[in-house]
Design a protein around this ligand. Structure first.
Ligand code: FAD
Length: 488
């Protein structure tokens, strides 16, 4: 039986382990933390449970597929429900609307609460679907770094319709043409943050993202986001995968341009195939120090990071849903701060996720668990203590303004995650959430490939490599890699 080693038990590492075990590999996963999931983890504090990282679950079919491949009924192994309400949006001038999953209901809601029409939102979502139809097979489900991807008939068809993916203007520019109301432009531009990018720089191709959330749907795992990790680890273990925690891999052993295994301290562990789920930047800088470094790729601009306040709030808010956004008064200025001056805007867009709305035991009775997040620049050594104090005060002021409350007096427990901690907990370069940013037309082609062009049997999965960050894409990277290994 051939042996595979996976470095890292992030969601992409776990998915790769499952796929390789199904393909009859003996699979060992080495994880530096004492828990699986990487960014997709959880913690409990003073009677509250918090999902620590991702809160929005889209494309559940990529999780289901793993159970199906193993001959199991996904519904029995991992339960989730489709959200009728995708997100609630708030502005300081009291404009509010809810994005309903039902498109007609959503369109009516837009017309009622903004100056945009039902046709505008429907046209926008239709365009999003068109981009997806043209781009998903080539850009998301295949390696962009193999010649055969480009000699395939479907790729040729996609390239014939290339103009429609809108790669030559920015998202912000395109969204001005979709919506008359500036607030709706802001709503549409926000989707750039789903992969840590800047809508004033990123190509309008990123307008594909609303299709995933609004047309395919947003979901909630019945036992919280961390259940994605737990149920997949369970499946992997049932398939014979062995997980080793508190094991930080120090080196990938290479001999004559071929991978031989890994080193942890002085211990050598041999394998036929090594898959790194560690951020590709640190894979090269720490585990492949002696090897040639793909400098151009490693220097790509990183995605933004996040500052999160996990608050136990001793009150319930019927006006809030599972996902809530409180928009900044000047979006362009907010993004200039994020990507140009690398600071935090004084009126940041605030996202509040409250899983206790669905999973009621995530908070004590009468209380709510607020995952309160703003986008922040990636870490280049800013003074985060000063930034955090300023941002915390501004966030609280903004929520107080919008909900007419005194939030400080309601917070009974608090924990904070910042870019420095994100980097140290998951080895993500600069604490970026989604690997490299998509702030350029060719960003998709500049992500690191899922395999090494120089070292045989060395592969890469996860948010820092092709096809990019976010749970669905991380799961797709595992699919691409498992397919490649199977073919070899
Ligand atoms: P990671 O989760 O980064 O896992 C990598 C693993 O490798 C870690 O466990 C790390 O400890 C381990 N490791 C690193 N180095 C070593 C070593 N030397 N030896 C052994 N192990 C090592 N995505 C969404 O889809 N929806 C969201 O709502 C969303 N929100 C997010 C919010 C936050 C705050 C964050 C941080 C991310 C969010 N994301 C979201 C992005 C998503 O979490 C990631 O894209 C995805 O989880 C990345 O998974 P991964 O497998 O690539 O890597």
């Amino acid at each position: 039986m051939p042996k595979a080693i996976i470095i890292g038990a992030g969601i992409a590492g776990i998915a790769t382990a499952i796929r390789l075990a199904i393909n009859n590999f003996e699979v060992d996963v080495y994880e530096s933390n004492n828990y699986p999931g990487g960014k997709l983890s959880q913690f409990e504090q003073d009677g509250y449970r918090f999902d620590a990282g991702p809160s929005l679950f889209t494309m559940p079919q990529y999780v289901d597929e793993l159970f199906e491949l193993a001959g199991k009924n996904p519904k029995r192994c991992f339960e989730y429900e489709k959200l009728e309400e995708v997100c609630r949006y708030f502005w300081d001038d009291k404009t509010r609307f809810t994005a309903y999953a039902d498109v007609d209901k959503f369109a009516k809601e837009i017309e009622k609460n903004t100056n945009s029409t039902q046709q505008e939102i429907k046209g926008f979502l239709k365009n999003s679907e068109t981009i997806y139809d043209i781009a998903h097979e080539v850009f998301l489900e295949k390696s962009l770094h193999l010649l055969k991807t480009y000699t395939n008939i479907n790729t040729a068809k996609s390239f014939l319709r290339f103009a429609k993916i809108d790669a030559f203007r920015t998202m912000a520019k395109a969204n001005q043409s979709f919506f008359t109301d500036a607030k709706m432009q802001q709503y549409a531009n926000r989707f750039a943050t789903y992969n840590g990018s800047n809508p004033y720089q990123a190509p309008a191709t990123l307008n594909v993202i609303p299709h995933l959330e609004q047309n395919f749907g947003a979901y909630f795992p019945k036992n919280g986001m961390f259940d994605i990790t737990l149920s997949l680890v369970r499946l992997a273990e049932e398939l014979g995968v062995k997980f080793y925690y508190n094991k930080r891999v120090d080196e990938i052993i290479i001999d004559e341009k071929k991978v031989k295994g890994i080193k942890i301290g002085d211990e050598k562990i041999l394998a036929d195939v090594v898959v790194s789920n560690m951020d590709v930047y640190f894979t090269y800088k720490r585990l492949l120090k002696e090897q040639a470094q793909p400098q151009k790729i490693l220097k790509q601009e990183r995605s933004s990071s996040a500052l999160i306040f996990y608050w136990g709030v001793k009150k319930e808010f019927p006006e809030l849903g599972l996902h809530n956004i409180f928009f900044s008064d000047n979006y362009q200025e907010e993004f200039n701060h994020l990507f140009k001056t690398k600071t935090i805007y004084q009126d940041p867009t605030v996202y509040i996720n409250i899983s206790s709305k669905f999973k009621t035991n995530d908070a004590p009775k009468g209380c709510e668990n607020w995952f309160t997040m703003i986008n922040v620049p990636n870490n280049i050594g800013q003074n985060w203590e000063v930034f955090k104090a300023g941002a915390r005060a501004n966030i609280i002021k903004k929520i107080n303004r919008n909900l007419n409350i005194d939030l400080e007096s309601l917070i009974e427990t608090e924990s904070v995650l910042d870019p420095v901690l994100i980097e140290s907990k998951t080895s993500s370069y600069k604490g970026s959430l989604y690997g490299t940013s998509s702030n350029g037309q060719f960003a998709a082609f500049l992500r690191h490939a899922n395999f090494s062009k120089k070292i045989k049997n060395l592969y890469f999965v996860g948010g820092s490599v092709h096809p990019g960050g976010g749970i669905p894409l991380a799961l797709l990277s595992a699919k691409i890699v498992a397919r490649m290994i199977k073919k070899e």
